[in-house]
Design a protein around this ligand. Structure first.
Ligand code: ZN
Length: 606
């Protein structure tokens, strides 16, 4: 047994005090290590850099711990008795992946605070979590899914975990929060929101209950004894991280449902989508896992080509299941789908990186995006979700409605999740063919291992859905759903760049390959201060460009660093990259049936 204790020793200075205690005997060489990354977030974060003043004590006497590398320490002198290692952790990273402590709350993920002991990863662990000292903190409560052994009625006390990995997979939040409980399939679910803002807590719980139940129905069972949604509300921000029995979520204030809200807001729709996504992960990636994740720890990068299965398939279902659970309507679903298709078509990087490459290089590319990202990479979430959609539609079409991706996912769970068998790199493709009895090898090659455009419009057509790609009407046009078949129009002249307003002008955030700005020599980071001698904001600039005679040049004045420069730009027509869906009612019965079955999930007659 390895015994940890953690106390928010100095909330104002953002420091947790952590100690670990373990029995030692002469001749044992102990090595202690911190994870370099946290599961579910594929970037080396070097959590050890936040460790302060680490020291070891054996039977009351100080012992030396030699640092071997950025995250590993070794006990030099032998210790015969109890070894206690104590250290402080600086916690000022307000993200779902980090640790954060101030006078208003405390939060930590295990990989940020708990040292592991080499060779003892399988030993059970115990952790005592203490409340910070002082009058100010007496009302704080604690929320975690760590199994409790002996805790007070505010949740502070003794918790246990089967082993070190299990200890790392339960984030802990402490402070003052709003919470509610609901059940899914007899399993208690807890919704904890760290905010004092008033919102419709009952509405969220009612909606989540439906979403969770829809996911349980898809996989056929709920393999846990408790679940927690942990939510932080911030001015602006968005993110989630999945765990076996919980999820940490961060959303902007305007995503909360206010009391009396009638029509679902796009922000709340997004919040439900995020919850749906992370909950789906309790099966797909937490229990059904790539084999390499089982074989390798978190000391360094672990590469896999199948993140599209774990993030892409999850992203496909997160929104579709909102529709199937009845918390959104068909039009909402197609609006979200249209935005996804638009985002894909606005990334020239889809012609440079395949889906498998995107997955493999997540560590250095997707997670380290710079201004050139749209030209260089494709998201395995985004393209992966659209490939999952293509796969689902193809299975439905080719099996004449007998089978679907739902059937594959259920089998995926039974074969790999339930049995805790690692998923090898080719296992998902094999499983699809085995479950459906259909050959998808040329489709998988095309979707996963080439940069060819995805045949989305053709696939939708068989389901009575028309996909139209039109030029954007303005920078805020992300596509959507139309009530009548749209007219094809020429695109308005544009610069081919993403702009952001600044007090002194417009910052070029990204410059797209093949666009007018790039051809003229403008670069990301340039700040446009005037066009043809006039200062203008983005709507005025768009209007100005559309009024210029065809093929005329505009003079764009920018600061690059502290130098004023002028570029002659020939704006180009906006490309047809904005997705609009048209759901015709004037279709035959077969198409209508396919569409209805896909959206409702009522299939699997085989
Ligand atoms: Zn995810």
């Amino acid at each position: 047994m390895i015994r940890y204790s953690i106390v928010p020793e100095s909330p104002a200075a953002h420091r947790f005090e952590v100690s670990l205690q373990l029995p030692a005997s002469k001749g044992n060489a102990f090595e202690l290590h911190m994870p370099a990354w946290i599961r579910g977030s594929y970037m080396v974060r070097d959590f050890a850099r936040h460790i302060l003043s680490l020291k070891g004590v054996c039977q009351g006497a100080t012992v030396d711990l030699e640092k071997l590398d950025k995250q590993t320490w070794k006990l030099i002198a032998p210790c015969d008795g109890t070894l206690v290692v104590s250290y402080q952790v600086y916690a000022w990273d307000l993200s779902v992946r980090g640790a954060h402590l101030d006078v208003t709350h405390g939060y930590f993920n295990g990989p940020c605070v708990f040292l592991g002991v080499a060779g003892k990863d399988q030993e059970p662990c115990e952790v005592i979590i203490k409340r910070p000292a002082g009058e100010r903190y007496t009302q704080w409560t604690l929320a975690t899914t760590l199994p409790a052994r002996h805790v007070d009625n505010q949740g502070f006390g003794r918790y246990v975990a089967d082993n070190y990995e299990a200890l790392l997979d339960h984030p802990v939040e402490m402070g003052l929060f709003q919470e509610a409980a609901f059940e899914v399939g007899g399993v208690p679910h807890r919704f904890v929101a760290n905010t004092n803002q008033s919102f419709d807590l009952q509405r969220i719980c009612a909606d989540l209950k439906k979403i969770c139940q829809t996911e349980v129905d898809l996989f056929g069972e709920l393999p846990l004894s408790q679940y927690m949604f942990l939510l932080w509300v911030v001015g602006s921000g968005y993110g989630g991280l999945e765990h076996r029995d919980s999820t940490s979520l961060m959303i902007g204030r305007d995503s909360l449902p206010f009391k009396g809200m009638q029509k679902i807001s796009s922000g709340y729709r997004r919040l439900l989508g995020l919850c749906s996504h992370e909950y789906f992960h309790l099966w797909n990636v937490k229990r059904i896992r790539p084999e390499v994740f089982n074989q390798q720890g978190t000391a360094r990068e672990v590469h896999t080509r199948q993140l599209w299965v774990f993030e892409g398939v999850t992203s496909y279902y997160d929104e579709l299941l909102l529709l199937r659970s009845g918390v959104i309507e068909t039009k909402d679903y197609f609006e979200m789908l249209a935005e996804a298709v638009t985002r894909l078509h606005r990334a020239p990087g889809r012609f440079r990186q395949t889906l498998e490459e995107s997955s493999f290089d997540a560590w250095t590319k997707f997670y380290k995006q710079d201004e050139n990202a749209p030209n260089a990479i494709v998201s395995y979430y985004l393209k992966g979700a659209l490939v999952a959609l293509l796969l689902d539609l193809a299975i439905r079409l080719r099996s004449e409605g007998r089978l679907s991706l739902d059937r594959v996912m259920r089998e995926f769970w039974h074969r790999f999740g339930k049995t805790d068998t690692g998923v090898t790199e080719s296992a998902f493709e094999q499983l699809v063919e085995e479950v459906t009895g259909l050959n998808f090898s040329s489709e998988f090659d095309l979707w996963l291992r080439t940069t060819d455009e995805l045949p989305l419009a053709e696939a939708f057509k068989e389901f009575g859905v028309e996909l139209h790609l039109l030029p954007a009407k303005s920078h805020s046009d992300l596509g959507g759903v139309v009530d009548a078949r749209p007219e094809i129009e020429g695109g308005k002249p544009v610069l081919g760049a993403k702009l952001e307003p600044r007090p002194s002008g417009l910052l070029l955030l990204q410059v797209f390959d093949g666009g007018a700005a790039q051809a003229a020599g403008l670069s990301a980071g340039d700040e446009i201060v005037a066009v043809d001698g006039l200062r203008m904001e983005q709507p005025a600039l768009e209007a100005y460009l559309s009024q210029q005679p065809a093929e005329s040049l505009v003079h764009v004045h920018v600061f690059r660093g502290d130098e004023l420069m002028t570029f002659k730009v020939a704006p180009l027509p906006a490309p047809a990259d904005t997705c609009w869906f048209f759901l015709s009612e004037d279709i035959d019965a077969a198409h209508l049936q396919r569409r209805t079955e896909w959206l409702s999930g009522h299939v699997d007659r085989g």
